[in-house]
Design a protein around this ligand. Structure first.
Ligand code: SF4
Length: 257
């Protein structure tokens, strides 16, 4: 298994430049008072989440899962990289243009043991897992992250940030939605800001959220798939503000899940 380029874990020797997240790491610790002490954190690995003594061991937990599969990350900074996707069920955000509405009602999806998810991800040979949804932060991700890390995978979270943060995450992609705004606590943790654009108002919304993210955050604008008229707006914005780049849903062009 090769390491994901964003992984901070020294054990697989792919640490991210420290300058990107000094503030974020400080805030992560303060957000997680139940985290392990610095002495118990493996050297070179930031402690973003952490398991309190009260929480069960990860093997005793399960999650509502819409689907999990090995594929190519189609969007964002890690586009084109092989990744194991775990799409947790349940979402309370309600974007009208959502392309995974079947994920919203978690009661119609099976609960799958964390151990089974971890084994499937590890057996795939992927270097990293993408925890997505739905809105994955509706669930406490601590156990799932522990299991995935124990199996040697790095973890990329895709979230709207509208529910409390949990879990020890290596790469946080915030995709904020006006339908249910991100919580303040997510912003110091963000590695990548990815804003879906339909109209000019979304560009203003993107800038508003970018102003709250740490220095070094990768900023991406992504056209909503069924709104091609957003593409010229995005192109003009990126040309005028080159700190932004464009994210496309390449998995839809490639016809992979
Ligand atoms: S947050 Fe994501 S899963 Fe939830 S409604 Fe919006 S696009 Fe769909």
């Amino acid at each position: 298994m090769t390491a994901a380029s964003f992984c901070k874990r020294k054990s697989i020797n792919m640490s991210k430049p420290a300058s990107n997240n000094t503030l974020a790491e400080t805030d992560r610790k303060s957000l997680n008072p139940g985290s392990a002490s610095p002495a118990s954190v493996p050297p070179g690995r930031a402690q973003r989440g952490g398991r309190s003594k009260q929480q069960p061991h990860w093997k005793e937990t399960d999650y509502p899962v819409m689907e999990h599969f090995y594929t190519i990350q189609g969007e964002g900074v890690h586009t084109g990289q092989a990744a194991y996707f775990i799409r947790l069920a349940g979402c309370d955000v309600g974007c009208w243009w959502c392309d995974v509405k079947e994920s919203w009602d978690e009661s119609i999806h099976p609960r799958i043991a964390t151990e089974e998810l971890v084994r499937a991800a590890a057996d795939s040979g992927a270097a990293f897992a993408v925890i997505t949804g739905g809105e994955p932060l509706l669930h406490d991700l601590t156990a799932l992250c522990e299991g995935l890390h124990e199996a040697g995978l790095c973890i990329h979270l895709e979230t709207s940030g509208s529910s409390p943060m949990s879990g020890d995450i290596d790469w946080v992609t915030l995709s904020p939605k006006r339908f249910k705004e991100p919580l303040d606590q997510i912003f110091p943790l963000v590695d990548e800001l990815k804003v879906v654009v339909l109209t000019r108002k979304d560009l203003q919304y993107a800038e508003k959220n970018a102003a709250r993210c740490p220095d070094g955050t990768r900023k991406m604008l992504q056209p909503e798939w069924d709104t091609p008229e957003s593409i010229p707006l995005i192109v003009e914005h990126v040309k005028a503000h080159p700190v932004w780049t464009i994210s496309l849903q390449t998995h839809k062009y490639l016809n992979v899940p």
